[in-house]
Design a protein around this ligand. Structure first.
Ligand code: ADP
Ligand code: DP6
Length: 329
């Protein structure tokens, strides 16, 4: 009863920001992402007769406390679906910084969902897998698929119509996503807590909800037309709008640091110089810059010149989940 799965992270172009149901991870708004080729998680799950609890080993180290409790709560859902009660050893390797705004939770829970369902003997299709992954971390439901992916929020209170769907395959439209590492420390406000506080207290959250569906539909149209400029301006504005809601929260918080703003300014300067580049930022200080492959080198070089930039990793649209031999991890 062992299985190994690999899932790539994704970067939201239209953000998932706010839940209407915290237990089922149901989002307030439709959202949309690109799965990335360079960042991923590989996870092995093995159910054992002799274990008294779940064990979680992340990047070679045993993890205790809240992090393992999160894994157990997630595995409980899979155990109850399979009608089994065995505990598991979960071994996971993140090829992505953990909890630094690079979406380790997305690849982490997508890989865990795939490996655990297979190891326990459940035969699930991708849509069901997306619904299961969603209940570990919302954004994980998008990492089941490669390329451009939408997560339809759904209307049902049981979450049966809330899952991700592919829009365009990873080979159908190449764009460059430059992941700019400024700091790789864990953030202070995790996305889960940040979005909850914002929904509950920020007077700007209603503005987010009033406009995000238009952003989502415009982004989908830009993708279907391969209109890079239209997509770029929508994704940058949508990210700014999401971050603006955090400033109105009580207590207020922000994910940006001074280095974040330096990168944002550089991207806007590049545009003035005629290079189509746009930024987006998730729940952390690091920035992702989206541009066309023809401009990738120029954007890379400009970013590398900033002293606040530690590293830049150039990504392209990447694949959905895959299964590896059980000896792989
Ligand atoms: P990030 O920006 O990295 O996604 P989040 O705050 O959204 O940061 O999520 C970080 C959380 O994701 C971790 O605290 C942990 O619970 C979970 N996580 C990260 N990596 C894994 C993994 N490989 N397997 C399971 N869960 C993971
Ligand atoms: C800003 O999926 O990490 O990256 O569902 O509580 O686990 P939980 O949150 P998570 O939040 C992602 C927030 C975001 C935007 C996005 O990825 O769409």
């Amino acid at each position: 009863m062992k299985a190994v799965a690999k899932a790539h992270t994704n970067i939201a172009l239209i953000k998932y920001w706010g839940k209407r149901d915290e237990q089922l991870f149901l989002p307030m708004n439709n959202n949309l992402s690109i799965t990335l080729d360079k960042f991923y998680t590989t996870t092995a799950v093995q159910f054992h007769e002799h274990l008294q609890e779940d064990h979680f080993i992340l990047n070679g180290e045993y993890v205790d406390g809240d992090e393992t409790a999160k894994i157990t709560r997630f595995l409980d859902k899979i155990r109850s679906r399979a009608g089994k009660s065995l505990f598991a050893e979960v071994k996971s390797e993140n090829q992505v910084p953990t909890a630094a705004g690079f979406a380790s939770s997305a690849s982490g829970f997508a890989a865990l969902a795939a490996a655990a369902t297979k190891a326990i003997g459940l035969d699930v299709d991708d849509r069901t897998l997306s619904q299961i992954a969603r209940q570990g971390s919302g954004s994980a439901c998008r990492s089941i698929y490669g390329g451009y992916v939408e997560w339809q929020k759904g209307e049902q209170s049981d979450g049966s119509d809330s899952y991700a769907k592919p829009i365009l395959g990873e080979k159908d439209w190449d764009v460059s996503i430059l992941s700019v590492m400024l700091v790789s420390k864990k953030k202070k406000v995790l996305s889960r807590e940040g979005m909850k506080r914002t929904v509950e207290t920020s007077p700007f959250y209603s503005g987010w909800l009033e406009t995000v569906e238009t952003d989502f539909l415009d982004a989908k149209e830009a993708i279907s037309k391969r209109d890079f400029e239209a997509l770029g301006s929508i994704l940058e504005a949508n990210a700014l709008k999401m971050h603006a809601t955090t400033l109105g929260a009580n207590p207020p918080f922000m994910y940006w640091q001074s280095a974040t703003i330096e990168v944002m300014e550089l991207v806007q300067e590049l545009r003035l110089a005629g290079i189509q580049a746009y930024f987006t930022i998730d729940a952390g200080p690091n920035v992702k810059v989206v541009c066309q492959p023809k401009d990738e080198q120029a954007v890379y070089e400009a970013l590398k010149e900033l002293s606040v930039v530690q590293d830049v990793l150039v990504c392209h649209p990447g694949p959905g989940i895959s299964y590896l031999p059980s000896t792989a991890l």
